[in-house]
Structure formats: C-alpha cells, structure tokens
Design a protein around this ligand. Structure first.
Ligand code: GCU
Length: 326
C-alpha cells in the first residue's frame, strides 16, 4: 500500500518543484524602452548600458529591450503610451514632455542656461529634482536627464550670423509653443514636423531648415541635406528617460533602488559619450556643410528677451530659481 502512496507523492513533489522553476521564469520582468535615434547616438548608447546594468544588478530578473529609431512612434506618441502604462519606458525631449507636464516647457526657453556647467548644476541640483518630481503628476517617473547639448540652426538658404538672417526662413521645430514663439521672435516662420520626417522635408525643400544639436544632426544625417550649420546655441533642452508610474509602482523597493543607482550611472555615461560625439559629429558635419561659429550671441539673446520676460508668470518663479543657480 505504502508503495502506491509514495509514488504519487514523489510525482507531486517533482511537479511542484518544476512548477517552481517555471514560476521563477515567469517572474522575469520584460520591459521595452522606446527612443528616436540610431543605437550609435549618445543617449541610445546610454540606454544599452542601462539595460545591461539593470540585467546584471537584478541577476537577470529584469530585462529591457530597446526600440530605437522611433519604431514604436514619435517622441509624443511614446510618452502617451508610457503615460497610459502600455509602454514601460520612453526617451523624451522636455519639449515633448511639456504637453503632458507644463513645467517641462521651461527648458524650451531660449538662452535659459548660461552654459553647460550651469545646465548640469540646475539639472543635478534641487531645482532639477523639484521639476523632475512633477512628472509623477502625469503618471510617469523621470529616471534620469539625458544630455542633449545645445541646439543651433541649419538650413539651405544662407549662413546665420544675426537674427536678421533668419527672416522668412521656414524652420522646423518640435511641437512646443515656446519653440514656435522663439522662431517668431527671430523673424523665422516655424513649422512642426516629426523628427523622423526632417531629413526628407529638408531634401524636398518643404522646410528651409531646422535646429538641433551636433550629435543629432550627425546621427540623423541631416547634414547631407543642409548647406549651412550656424552655432548660435539658442536652446539647451534636455532629453529624459521616463518610466510608466504603473510599472514603477509594481517594482519592489530593492528593484527601485537598483533603477535609481543605474540611472545615476547612465546619466554620467551619456555625459561622457555626448562630449565625445559632439566633437566627432561636428567634424563629420563639416565635410558636407559649412559651419559658422557665432561668438557674440548678444543680438540673439536680445531678440528673445521680451519672450523670456513674458513667460516668467507662467513658470511661477522657476525661471528666476534657475538663473540664481551659480
Ligand atoms: C534631439 C533630441 C530628441 C528630439 C529631437 C527633435 O535630437 O535628442 O529627443 O526628438 O531633438 O528635434 O525632435
């Protein structure tokens, strides 16, 4: 009789243990991370580092698959998906986040930062973390700031030396109101186009020009279809990596701590990669495109001063807080 009982018990125990293995397998959390540039761009290289480090630190419990090149949609579309909890993580420029989190628009204000050092002091400091916290009100959490350097004009009509040179040029911008108003203040004619469409819009003459940082111009090969690149550095709009709050809240405290630690590492990784690619990018751009520096930017700064002043009430003291960071 005993024989007949022990056999099935062993079978049941075996089944339970195997089910346990499968259950552990099921516990592996797979996440997707969507972004809009080729894997060789500084931010995207950072995301690959991020994915590897998260996998390593969680002993393979969390795996992240990258979806670069806007395959899951434009910047806005990916933020919408992350907000709705149908996409785990998205890279987004603060200019796109502004539609969901109004304070993020502050970074589209031209000449808001004095220089790169000021930019990082703000983002890494108290003001940056207060602004980042607003992301949670929109159903997301900002994991880290992704370096996005300074944006400058490139076009097919003439080199830009003063704001007057922008008069009448049709310039593509992201869908941010402040970017549109900035172009108007410079006398240009702004138009919003998806980032992935900029190359063909330049090639076919639908737009005269656009504005972006050197690594983006280089990685998206916009220089192939732009004659002039004029380094007026009118905006420093950071990119971000956001995670859906639904997804974040389902992580254990230990997993969240790993994300926070790896986010810090990745922010630093991208900073270094950015500095390197800015130099290399400009070199490559100069092969196809005439680059001009604008050492004295005062005419550009003056042209947008009224706009900057008019925006002060909207941001309830944050412009002043940013300016006060030394
Ligand atoms: C930069 C930025 C992107 C953004 C793009 C744009 O390249 O890194 O996040 O989408 O500009 O101008 O649309």
């Amino acid at each position: 009789m005993k024989k007949f009982i022990i056999g099935p018990i062993i079978c049941v125990l075996f089944l339970i243990s195997t089910l346990g293995v499968f259950a552990a397998g099921e516990n592996v959390i797979s996440m997707r991370l969507a972004s809009d540039q080729p894997v060789t761009a500084p931010g995207e290289k950072g995301f690959s580092f991020f994915a590897d480090r998260i996998k390593e630190e969680t002993n393979g419990q969390i795996t992240i698959t990258l979806y670069p090149n806007a395959v899951l949609g434009s910047g806005d579309e990916c933020v919408e998906q992350a907000q709705a909890g149908v996409l785990e993580m998205a890279k987004s420029s603060c200019a796109n986040l502004g539609k969901f989190i109004p304070i993020m628009d502050i970074f589209s204000i031209p000449y808001l930062f004095r220089d790169k050092d000021h930019y990082w002091k703000v983002l890494d400091g108290e003001v940056g973390s207060e602004i980042a916290d607003y992301t949670e009100e929109a159903g997301m959490k900002l994991l880290f700031w992704v370096d996005a350097g300074a944006r400058s004009f490139y076009n097919n009509v003439r080199p830009i030396h003063t704001p007057d040179d922008l008069k009448g040029l049709k310039i593509r911008v992201m869908g941010s109101d402040i970017m549109i108003k900035t172009m108007e203040a410079f006398g240009a004619s702004p138009t919003t186009t998806a980032f992935s469409e900029v190359y063909s819009a330049l090639q076919t003459g639908v737009i005269d020009g656009a504005e972006n940082n050197p690594p983006s111009v280089d990685k998206m090969k916009h220089n192939e279809v732009a004659k002039y690149y004029s380094l007026d550095e009118h905006m420093m709009i950071p990119d971000t990596l956001v995670i859906s709050l639904d997804v974040w809240n389902k992580l254990t405290k230990e997993q969240q701590d790993i994300f926070i630690k790896v986010s810090k590492e990745t922010q630093e990784f991208v900073k270094k990669e950015w500095a390197k690619q800015e130099v290399e990018g400009l070199k490559r751009i100069s092969v196809t495109t005439k680059i001009n520096l604008i050492p004295d930017k005062s005419a550009f700064i003056e042209a947008v001063k009224p706009l900057q002043e008019s925006l002060s009430p909207k941001f309830e003291g944050y412009i002043e807080k940013i300016q006060a960071v030394k």
